[in-house]
Design a protein around this ligand. Structure first.
Ligand code: AMP
Length: 137
């Protein structure tokens, strides 16, 4: 499927929309999910335009999982979580709502988390948590 350059995450990458940033380099951006399923819910996205993991180049996929590992460790430390959940949805049929590949990182278990993309968080709170995670990197 063709990539939609006007999806929300493409706009965040172009700084047309704000985000509570955790980490950025020339290939990756990590920021807080605006509707966190738990405090500390972080998204990691590649800068390469791709809708799903299957559309991403192998090089970008390798780099992305490397960054997910690093950022997940920081989320675990910052949120003082005993465990960490990482998931990633591919295609609307799988429940993907934003068509730019992203990994979700959630402290602890998703079983006791809020429903996916259901409740907006306070932007100030998101910035506070983003800072905590960035400090743990
Ligand atoms: P998915 O359903 O896997 O595509 O997940 C998309 C995620 O993006 C959901 O968890 C949403 O809460 C989150 N989301 C949607 N819009 C924004 C935004 N502007 N900033 C940060 N997260 C967002």
């Amino acid at each position: 499927m063709s990539y939609d350059p006007n999806n929300i995450f493409a706009k965040i990458l172009r700084s047309e929309l704000p985000c509570a940033k955790v980490y950025e380099d020339n290939q990756t951006l990590a920021f807080m999910d605006i509707m966190p399923q738990k405090q500390g819910h972080t998204l990691v996205i590649p800068k390469e335009p791709a809708e799903t993991l299957l559309d991403l180049s192998p090089e970008a996929a390798a780099n992305l999982i490397n960054k997910v590992q690093t950022i997940a460790a920081a989320v675990k430390t910052a949120m003082q979580a005993d465990g960490i959940t990482i998931f990633q949805l591919n295609g609307a049929a799988a429940g993907q709502t934003v068509p730019h590949i992203h990994f979700h990182i959630i402290p602890g278990s998703i079983l006791e988390a809020k429903t996916h993309a259901s409740t907006m968080a306070d932007p100030e709170e998101l910035n506070k948590v983003a800072k905590l995670i960035a400090q743990a990197l």
